[in-house]
Write a protein that binds this ligand. Structure first.
Ligand code: ATP
Ligand code: MG
Length: 137
């Protein structure tokens, strides 16, 4: 059974949308097996998004991710990585399919409410970034 790392981003926690977003994960058959609300420092956001460090939006992205609390969570289910990305919808909410998290809640391509790992290998790395072994059952 697969696991993926999900982040409910500051635009969504600010609007008190954690429960509504979690309901979409659960309705899709994903189980929330770990979850915590944290405040990222700018350095931690830069470290987490290091793969995007050469992109023109890196500064905007990391400042946004450190602009308020996030909820980091581990979702479990059959094909959890892909399933979560289906529930999230396209990066740009204008392109996101109806009913997806980003179609319903995202404010812009940058402030797009959720992050999800893009492959099982990155999921394992991203889970280890936020959660210790004792927090994962
Ligand atoms: P995520 O990695 O957050 O799950 P994603 O895989 O759909 O999203 P990526 O291409 O990995 O998208 O980009 C990472 C994040 O960078 C996006 O979720 C978004 O917040 C931000 N981002 C991507 N493209 C842009 C852009 N053109 N302008 C501003 N921010 C952007
Ligand atoms: Mg990505």
């Amino acid at each position: 059974i697969e696991r993926t790392l999900s982040i409910i981003k500051p635009d969504a926690t600010r609007r008190n949308l954690t429960g509504k977003i979690n309901a979409k994960f659960e309705d899709a058959g994903l189980r929330i097996v770990a979850q915590k609300r944290i405040q990222l420092s700018l350095q931690q956001a830069q470290q987490f998004y290091a793969v995007h460090s050469a992109r023109p939006f890196f500064g905007e992205l990391t400042e946004f991710m450190a602009s308020g609390p996030v909820v980091v969570q581990v979702l479990e289910g059959e094909g959890a990585v892909l399933k979560n990305r289906e529930v999230m919808g396209a990066t740009n909410p204008k392109d996101a399919a109806p009913g997806t998290v980003r179609a319903e809640f995202a404010e812009s391509v940058g402030e797009n409410s959720v992050h999800g790992s893009d492959a099982p290998e990155t999921a394992a790395q991203e889970i280890a970034f936020f959660f210790s072994g004792i927090e994962l059952v």
